[in-house]
Design a protein around this ligand. Sequence first.
Ligand SMILES: [Ca+2]
Length: 268
Amino acid sequence: MTAPVACQPREEAVAANALRELIEDDWLQGAKPGLTTQSDAAGACNGVKNGTYGFHVGHQAHPWWQVDLGEMRQVGRIRVYNRLDYPPGLHNADTLQILCSEDGQDWRLCHDNQGRYFGGIHGAPSLEVVFDGDGLPTRFIRIVIPSDAPVFLHLDEVEVYAADDDETNIALHQPADQSSLSPWSTPKVIGPREYAIESWITRGYRLAAHLALEGVDVYADRQDPDYAHLHALVEVAAARAWEHPRRDLFSLIPVSYTHLTLPTKRIV
Ligand SMILES: [Ca+2]
């Protein structure tokens, strides 16, 4: 029995542009945070409000999303921005409940939305829950849909403000989690963005050395790399770099650096 032709080893010419895309995809794949319930949930406290879903829990009964404020806080108000771009799901969160907890184990109800629709960045007002006086003492805040029937939970953003500071969103970039993943879950950046630049460059040189052994004149157009400059360029990549990575990240890398990964001179 022989393997199908498509599975047999073969050599194919790779055009320079296609090679660049392959290498970029490889870089980006290696740089992406892994997909976990935490990395998807981070999308509802990442400061991005665009009317779509910041996270997407799987189809299940009693789906929930939560954020850890890091320490006990006196919460003055919670603002929830609904997803607006998917009409069949507009009312999924109408019945949401907000729970609070000191330890992430024992929860108590602090708001029941009782079927009232709320909007998001446009249209109907977003949901705002205000806690009077000294505010609500809590460390964890959980949003749950109290439905025995499976339902999707997907929100745009959740903001939390302390009773004594109505300007600072204390949920921003705090650790979040959710009850499950869905096919639409994606990893968001958690904490400060870090690029494995040194390892990428090392790999690039390793690739260049390998290609040199194969007879490719990869150093024909080499310039002295300025790692600090390259590092600075990548550091300032836009906040949405994961969603449009190639445009945002690689548009910043000048042509003079392509020799780090691309022996384009001899590959046609
Ligand atoms: Ca968001």
